[in-house]
Design a protein around this ligand. Structure first.
Ligand SMILES: Nc1ncnc2c1ncn2[C@@H]1O[C@H](COP(=O)(O)OP(=O)(O)OP(=O)(O)O)[C@@H](O)[C@H]1O
Length: 254
């Protein structure tokens, strides 16, 4: 297998415009399998546009995007999580996960649904309706649904932005553990420098529009066997956070 085939995502000389507005690029990015890439940058710098290009929801104006060596097909090959959980309100929590399995053409068994819910810490609410659980729990269901589909990519667009600070930290911690255990290639969009360094194995800072790569930083922090508070307390964590923060602030004129 060549290294190009081993790469989960390749973005080559990509630009993207909405009418007269160039939102992104030119940008080149190669994401090897298993990487947890976080895209961070000022509002409007093109983070969501890049994620949508990788999901296949948008076509690049110039350049090529490939996932697993092929042009991405919307709705296939990637689990998606958005800022709003987008669950089916008339279904139970377990029903929402079961539906994701069904749409993915997988056999639906109660054990499979329970296993997915347990992965995101929701083993005890499977029978509840969506409106009977909290916003944080709803977002956990959305993550379980994205994991239900046995595909190689997980794409997350500011999934924790609407949550309170405590719930957000808890979900970050859980996602970090889930990601370490599944090893799935992930792209995560956020405004938060802290969240970026906490979650990412690599952080890419985009410049203000049109978004290009301002900083491409490997995050060599332990991914398992360390408590969240301990990780956040490491001097290396503070140094990386400062580096990412500077890269964003250096580019933004207020
Ligand atoms: N469908 C669209 N039509 C026209 N312009 C768009 C469209 N979607 C995004 N844009 C513009 O493209 C630029 C990049 O938008 P994008 O949503 O990718 O940025 P972002 O970094 O994700 O922003 P935020 O952090 O605020 O969500 C912005 O200037 C935005 O206004």
């Amino acid at each position: 297998m060549s290294s190009a085939e081993a790469d989960a995502i390749t973005v080559e000389a990509v630009t993207h415009s909405y009418g007269d507005v160039t939102a992104l690029g030119p940008i080149d990015l190669t994401v090897p399998q298993g990487e947890f890439l976080v895209l961070v940058g000022a509002s409007g710098c093109g983070k969501s546009t890049l994620l949508r290009l990788i999901a296949g929801f948008e076509q690049p104006t110039a350049g090529t995007v490939r996932t697993a060596g092929q042009p991405p097909v919307p709705g296939r090959g990637a689990g998606l999580v958005f800022q709003q959980p987008r669950l089916f309100p008339w279904k139970t929590v377990g029903g929402n996960v079961a539906l994701a399995l069904k749409y993915a053409g997988q056999t639906v068994t109660p054990a499979k649904v329970d296993e997915l819910l347990a992965r995101v810490g929701l083993h005890d609410v499977a029978q509840r309706r969506v409106w009977q659980i909290s916003g944080g729990q709803q977002q956990r269901v959305a993550i379980a649904r994205a994991l239900a589909v046995d595909n190689p990519l997980l794409l997350l667009d500011e999934p924790f932005a609407a949550l309170d600070a405590l719930t957000r930290e808890k979900l970050q911690d859980d996602l970090r553990q889930v990601s370490a255990s599944t090893g799935r290639t992930s792209v995560f969009v956020t405004h938060s420098v802290d969240e970026a360094v906490f979650l990412g194995s690599r952080v890419v800072v985009l410049t203000p529009r049109p978004g290009t790569v301002a900083l491409d930083l490997r995050i060599d922090l332990p991914r398992t066997g360390i408590a969240a508070d301990e990780l956040r307390g490491l001097p290396e964590f503070a140094a990386l956070r400062a580096e990412v923060g500077h890269a964003i602030r250096d580019r933004v004129t207020v």
